[in-house]
Design a binder for this molecule. Structure first.
Ligand SMILES: Cc1cc2nc3c(=O)[nH]c(=O)nc-3n(C[C@H](O)[C@H](O)[C@H](O)COP(=O)(O)O)c2cc1C
Length: 223
């Protein structure tokens, strides 16, 4: 049995959530998206699902039930997007707001994502040297990661080391093609990644049951 087939039987579903507001003009994320989509064909088809948010939801009306069902099938969740304002594009943020719901993804009873892995695959316009205290982005790129890391932790997911392409505008076609090749290979091989063996488990972030007041009708019933 091939490595890919054996991880398939281990139930290692991969869900790629891709978000680019202008994919037709993309130099980097478009080839990455195509590389991921190529895995939706056999032999990886059964376990790699790619959801291109701006194509699925041009009206920003996210089908939360469909997204949650896709998440339930996956063990690896990938967020693939260009960095916009040191963060994610707006439809991706809306996806988090609506899909990662209280009582489903986090909080009391919110265990749907527990034990899964989250992998950020992102590109920046700024070159790596610009992400330094003495340059125009002023901070090392890691300084922008805590909101991603903590979102993963609150939902009980391990935050895997991101795959980044800095200086996207100046990347040569060969560099982009190689990046896309490595990306697809890693998606196909998950969870057979050597670094996963040495990773710490996700920290416990239990939200107390009383963090939100009960809705009025529940209070009346309890009284
Ligand atoms: C609205 C907007 C905001 C951006 N913000 C950042 C940023 O905060 N940091 C950065 O390095 N690049 C930023 N960029 C550049 C993008 O990250 C870059 O164009 C993208 O990674 C290139 O990927 P693509 O070829 O797939 O479009 C921004 C671009 C846009 C359009």
């Amino acid at each position: 049995m091939s490595e890919i087939a054996s991880s398939q039987s281990a139930g290692a579903g991969v869900l790629v959530i891709a978000a680019h507001p202008a994919i037709a003009h993309s130099h980097v994320n478009r080839p990455l998206l195509k590389a991921a989509q190529s895995l939706q064909a056999p032999p990886a088809a059964a376990r790699v699902e790619v959801r291109d948010l701006y194509r699925l939801y041009p009206d920003y009306l996210i089908d939360v039930a469909a997204e949650q069902a896709a998440l339930a099938r996956a063990r690896l969740l990938v967020w693939q997007h260009p960095i916009h304002w040191y963060s994610m594009p707006p439809l991706m943020k809306l996806w988090l707001d609506e899909v990662l719901a209280f009582g489903w993804a986090y909080g009391p009873g919110g265990t749907a994502l527990r034990g899964k892995d989250l992998w950020l695959v992102a590109s920046t316009g700024g070159p790596e040297e610009s992400y330094r205290p003495d340059s125009y982005n002023r901070y090392f790129f890691d300084a922008f990661m805590p909101p991603y890391e903590q979102t993963a932790a609150l939902c009980g997911m391990r935050f895997l080391p991101p795959m980044l392409l800095h200086g996207a505008h100046r990347a040569t076609p060969q560099q982009v093609a190689e990046h896309a090749r490595v990306y697809a290979e890693r998606l196909a091989r998950y969870p057979d990644w050597p670094e996963l063996d040495d990773m710490d488990p996700c920290p416990e972030c239990e939200v107390p049951a009383d963090v939100r007041p009960l809705p009025d009708d529940a209070t009346a019933e309890a009284a």
